[in-house]
Design a protein around this ligand. Structure first.
Ligand code: GDD
Length: 372
């Protein structure tokens, strides 16, 4: 048997009703486009006949394997064990229950094989993606999880997706500590990757059987986010650290703006004798200009700057200017409402206002002014 082009990992726990259909469908999709793929079922000792069904199908499909686990039960742990056991350089992960459309697998495969991506992610939250028939509670939980995930990987719209493909090298010796349901977060947080592509898909809730997601799974997820964040502090080649570096630089530039602003306000008022509000206007505009130059050259400059979506420096400046004025309005509105309506001491309200305006400035400029 020659080497496989792709290993499809299917984690299973009590999937008797789905397993045969998903295996047949996956092989059919690969055969149709001439991809040599193996399927690796990673089962957590199901007692409903899943294992026996796979064993039975092995006589029909030469490239079907199963690992039965007896310890450390869990979806992420199973997928991670599948990574170690996969015989191909490209690995796809897909649920057994048809929540993820197998028809898209060739697209994932090509993104990695031909497109030069390290990771291909099925996204429910990008344009063209969707979720069908999910109860409201599940949608809310998922949106919350995605929000935390995006703080660690702002470029990825669905960092908690269970439908993705990777180059095996991404996770080789990456020291994954898989827990809970969000194995992709672990891969993105600790794996070695540069380029990720997202592919929109519609998540269909399972028709047969039930989700095994529990409260403890959500607690595991929060621990996992903290762990990935801590990992990034000590491992500076991770995507999360690269992002945080931008936030830190943006903060330093913001602080330098305060110095410029204060110096001009004082000089123009005290030494040139301008009315202090006129000096303040000049000070604000000057600090916007110096902040722009520093952010354009330093925070968002360097190697990636050739990829800025807004090519003209004047247009980037115009965008930064508008966002900065928005930031001032937000700062003022927060200061006024916290002081007037909640009776909070105005210096405290102002600090909160500055913080909210900082987040606004960073997020909007990051995604619009300097979006690469
Ligand atoms: N080996 C193993 N061990 N497999 C498991 C386990 C486990 O403890 N728990 C679940 N699975 C398998 C199921 O048999 C199925 O193939 C797949 O993992 C997904 O299980 P579900 O329980 O149906 O997951 P879900 O629909 O709640 O969650 C899916 O969507 C999430 C996105 O919101 C999964 O794809 C998650 O990975 C994904 O994050």
């Amino acid at each position: 048997m020659n080497n496989s082009d792709i290993t499809i990992i299917i984690p299973t726990f009590n999937e008797f009703t789905n397993i045969e259909n998903i295996i047949r469908k996956n092989f059919e999709v690969l055969d149709n486009v001439g991809i040599n793929g193996e399927i690796l079922v990673v089962d957590d000792d199901s007692k409903d006949g899943t294992i026996q069904k796979v064993e039975e199908l092995k006589s029909e499909f030469e490239r079907l394997r199963i690992i039965v686990r007896h310890e450390d039960h869990g979806l992420s742990q199973s997928v991670a064990e599948g990574f170690d056991e996969a015989s191909s350089d490209i690995i796809q992960v897909i649920d057994a229950d048809f929540s993820h459309p197998p028809d898209l697998i060739p697209e994932f495969y090509r993104a990695i094989k031909e497109g030069g991506y390290d990771v291909a992610i099925g996204s429910r939250y990008m344009k063209g993606g969707d979720i069908s028939n999910w109860p409201l509670k599940r949608r809310i939980i998922s949106l919350g999880a995605t929000f935390f995930g995006r703080m660690l990987f702002p470029e990825i719209t669905d960092p908690v997706s269970g439908f993705f493909a990777i180059k095996k090298d991404v996770v080789r010796n990456a020291g994954l500590k898989p827990r809970g349901y969000k194995i992709l977060m672990e891969v993105l947080g600790k794996g070695r990757w540069e380029r990720a592509k997202e592919i929109p898909f519609t998540f269909k809730d399972r028709e047969v059987g039930e989700s095994k997601l529990k409260l403890s799974t959500m607690l595991d997820y929060i621990k996992q986010c903290v762990d990935i964040g801590t990992f990034a502090l000590f491992n500076h080649d991770t995507a999360t650290w690269k992002e945080w570096k931008k936030i830190i630089k943006f903060g330093i530039v913001g602080a330098s703006g305060i110095v410029v602003n204060s110096a001009i306000l004082y000089t123009f008022t005290e030494y040139i004798g301008l009315y202090y509000l006129i000096s303040a206007l000049i000070a604000i505009e000057t600090s916007i200009i110096t902040n722009f130059i520093l952010n354009d050259r330093w925070t968002f400059g360097g190697k990636g700057s050739a990829n800025h979506r807004i090519k003209s420096v004047w247009k980037r400046f115009a965008s930064f200017q508008v966002v900065s004025v928005g930031g001032l309005v937000i700062n003022f509105a927060v200061l006024m409402s916290l002081t007037e309506f909640f009776g909070i001491y105005y210096m405290v309200s102002n600090i909160i206002g500055i913080f909210v305006a900082f987040l606004w400035n960073f997020i909007v400029n990051r995604h619009i002014t300097w979006h690469a």
